[in-house]
Design a binder for this molecule. Structure first.
Ligand code: PLP
Length: 426
């Protein structure tokens, strides 16, 4: 096999030549087994190649692959929207399907602009909403996503996220600060009556696995109501049970005007969606948005139906909650042994471990060293955070207690092996 003809624009965590997957494991042709605690970056919440999803894909592929939404009206697509209306927060009852998280985010911004007749979109420091031209301008987690691509799309403004640990404050102080800065933004940069949307990840993903406190989301809701701005919740990474509830917003109870979903929806097939009220969707002029593949791949739609079945039948959000507690408890034990672990946080199975040097600065070198040591044991873990000093734990939600314990043992040994770690007496 040669990889000479693959674009070098892809970075690769490993060169594992995987050919098969099952649950939390990936296999190379010679049988070498990898434990995937990345879930393909939060995609395979149902595990690799879940049999029910695979069967649904196979059945659908034998019947019809594609039904172009501007040409025909497939019942399978309509019924997926109906099912999503049953699991999304009250008031979200109309859906537009597309292929990726970036496309869905673009669609959300276009709808918000059409629905409100306004231009500005507020995002937060550390945000990641994608890499298409518009969403790159909404992504502030790392400069690499923007480097060399100026001029970026206009109308996007950013303001602090209440990242209490980074600021060295308690949560209340961080929330008050971030809301104050947002109010300043409304006075200084984007008048509220020219602001279409506030777009937020309820748990900052690429930016470091930082949950937005409920009080912050409530503060955003209050301002959105006051000014007629749409509150758009990006659940691309947090959705489909990842954080221990079906949606992360289910935890705070804060009502979104729009929900963006992708990753977990298709268990690996490309499908994404935005949901809003029918009243909002009705303000989107027909024909002003769409795409050849928007909602058209019935194989992806079938995969999404099967994903919903598995989510509900196997109670995966509840499983994520329970397994997440065990994972965090194990990581906190390690935190007591290793001072370099500054913070362990995150709901359900969206858990971040932040590495901090003795002087309080982000310690990316140790995070990377521990990640590398885990890779040597064929445990796949990703980093995140603006300073790349957070290791993120996102196993498939079907992960067992034993598989979590095994991964924790590998992680603990990696911490042990990594030089220059300051030991703390237990
Ligand atoms: C919160 C969030 N929004 C949007 C995206 C973009 O999704 P995609 O990579 O499918 O375009 C991502 C991808 O990681 C994400 O985590």
């Amino acid at each position: 096999m040669t990889t000479d003809h693959l674009s070098p624009v892809w970075s690769h965590l490993t060169t594992a030549n995987v050919v098969r997957g099952e649950g939390v494991h990936l296999y190379e042709a010679d049988g070498t087994r990898w434990t995937d605690f990345t879930s393909g970056i939060g995609v395979v919440n149902t595990g690799h190649a879940h049999p029910h999803v695979v069967a649904a894909i196979r059945d659908q592929a034998e019947r019809l692959l594609f039904a172009q939404m501007n040409v025909v009206l497939p019942p399978l697509t309509a019924s997926l929207a109906e099912r999503l209306a049953g699991v999304t927060p009250d008031g979200i009852d109309s859906f537009f399907f597309t292929n990726s998280g970036s496309e869905a985010t673009e669609a959300a911004v276009k709808l918000a602009r059409h629905a409100t007749g306004r231009r500005y979109v507020v995002v937060f420091h550390g945000s990641f909403h994608g890499r298409s031209h518009l969403t790159m301008a909404m992504t502030t987690s790392k400069t690499i996503y923007r480097r060399g691509y100026a001029e970026l799309a206009g109308g996007i403004v950013d303001t602090p996220f209440p990242y209490a640990y980074r600021y060295g404050w308690d949560e209340e102080t961080a929330v008050a600060f971030a809301l104050r800065e947002l109010d300043t933004l409304f006075k200084g940069q984007c008048a509220p009556d020219e602001t279409a949307a506030i777009v937020i990840e309820p748990v900052l993903g690429e930016g470091g696995y930082v949950p937005a406190p409920r009080a912050f989301l409530e503060g955003l809701r209050e301002r959105a109501d006051r000014y007629g701005i749409m509150l758009v919740i990006d659940e691309v990474q947090t959705g489909f049970g990842r954080t221990g509830t079906f949606w992360n917003v289910d935890r705070s109870g804060v009502r979104p005007d729009m929900l963006i979903m992708a990753k977990g929806l298709g268990s690996g097939l490309p499908i994404a969606a935005i949901g809003a009220s029918l009243e909002t969707m009705s303000r989107w002029q027909p024909g002003t948005h769409g795409g050849t593949y928007a909602g058209g791949s019935l194989v992806s739609i079938a995969a999404a139906h099967a994903t919903l079945d598995v989510m509900i039948d196997e109670r995966l959000p509840e499983a994520a909650e329970v397994r997440g507690e065990g994972l965090r408890a194990g990581l906190r034990d390690l935190q007591r042994r290793f001072a370099v672990i500054g913070d362990v946080r995150g709901p359900g199975l969206m858990v971040g471990v932040e590495f901090t040097a003795p002087d309080g600065t982000p310690d990316a070198a140790t995070a990377k060293g521990v990640q590398r040591a885990c890779l040597e044991e064929r445990l796949l873990l990703l980093t995140c955070g603006t300073f790349e000093n957070v290791i993120r734990w996102i196993p498939p939600l079907v992960v067992s207690e034993e598989e979590i314990d095994d991964a924790l043992a590998v992680f603990g040994a990696a911490l042990d092996r990594s030089a220059s770690l300051e030991r703390v007496q237990a």
